[in-house]
Ligand binder design. Structure first.
Ligand SMILES: Nc1ncnc2c1ncn2[C@@H]1O[C@H](COP(=O)(O)OP(=O)(O)O)[C@@H](O)[C@H]1O
Ligand SMILES: [Mg+2]
Length: 313
């Protein structure tokens, strides 16, 4: 079942087009990494989905509710954590969350209940009585996440939840997001590609307002140019080895990287995506009785995909 359907979403600021004709859909239960360089249009897209910015043209629906025709119903299904969580410094954690719960239309006994549950889910128990002013950035992000959870929405839209955190805090927030993803659909934007590789089962790449990719991380890396790259270090005559490698069908190019200390050569063999030239390369070098100390097939990462899809050259 589709949780989010985006159709030809377009946002223009004055003369500048921030989001161009974006179309994609997200199924219930997916954890989607929304990736793109600074200024790509991630925040703008998220703000349109959450109803904070009207699209110039196009539309989207959340849990079947059109964001333009049924904005209240659509919004009720979303928990949104904005890029810079605006917090009230002089409130205590639970006071702030109770206030936020009431703003979201939660009333009576449910306020305490919902806040208690969100505090618990986000590991805020030890800080519940603390003034927000005294919290570390990591705990502030948890307050933002707890806020997004109030009302138990189906869909969490998290705009750079780990931005500005140190590596330990990033791990903690990542684990928290992973646990929230067990019973929510999640869209999170981030710069940290390893994070996406670890927790997302779908990746949407946006660049200059345009959706460039929308697939699983596995499918995105499989077909990459980098997928056929092999790196070799051997000692001996360069010329015959390079020639024989170049004569091997899947090989597209052999690049000689400057000589290494001790007379070792370093070759990069670029071949068709999805091929593996290691065995042939090792055979060639062995047939000359040259020593080899390293052979490695490059495993493309999401970072390679990101660079390939968003570079400007
Ligand atoms: N209110 C606005 N008025 C004019 N330009 C804006 C506004 N909001 C965002 N932009 C521009 O739209 C582009 C996309 O911004 P944004 O969605 O914040 O990117 P991202 O979140 O991917 O870094 C940027 O070039 C930004 O300067
Ligand atoms: Mg942003």
């Amino acid at each position: 079942m589709s949780m989010v359907t985006v159709e030809h979403l377009h946002k223009v600021f004055g003369r500048f087009t921030a989001v161009k004709d974006a179309t994609f859909s997200i199924d219930k239960g997916e954890i989607v990494g929304f990736l793109g360089p600074n200024g790509a249009g991630k925040t703008t897209t998220m703000k349109m989905l959450t109803g904070y910015l009207p699209p110039t043209t196009g539309t989207a629906s959340i849990a079947g509710y059109d964001i333009i025709d049924k904005p209240l119903e659509a919004r009720r299904h979303i928990g949104y954590m904005p890029e810079n969580v605006p917090l009230y410094e002089d409130l205590r954690v639970t006071e702030y969350l109770e206030y936020r719960a009431r703003l979201k239309g939660i009333c009576g006994k449910s306020v305490r209940q919902q806040v208690g549950w969100a505090v618990d889910r986000c590991g805020l128990e030890p800080k519940r009585r603390n003034l927000i002013r005294t919290l570390s950035k990591g705990y502030r992000q948890r307050v933002g996440l707890a806020d997004a959870l109030l009302g138990n929405p189906d869909l969490l839209i998290l705009d750079e939840p780990t931005n500005g955190l140190d590596p330990n805090q990033i791990r903690q927030i990542r684990e928290l997001v992973r646990s929230l993803a067990e019973d929510h659909t999640v869209i999170l934007s981030t710069h940290i590609l390893s994070e996406v590789e670890m927790i997302c089962n779908k990746v949407i790449i946006i660049d200059q307002g345009q959706i460039k990719a929308n697939d699983t991380p596995q499918n995105l890396t499989r077909n990459l140019r980098a997928a056929g790259r092999v790196s070799i270090e051997f000692k001996g005559d360069l010329e015959p080895v390079v020639k024989e490698l170049e004569a091997f069908a899947p090989v597209k190019k052999v690049i000689v990287e400057g000589p290494l200390p001790g007379g070792w050569h370093h070759l990069i063999v670029r071949a068709e995506p999805g091929t593996d030239t290691r065995e042939k390369a090792a055979d060639i070098i062995a047939s000359h009785h040259f020593p080899m100390r390293h052979i490695y097939r490059h495993i493309p990462s999401l970072e390679d995909v990101f660079v390939e899809m968003t570079r400007k050259d």
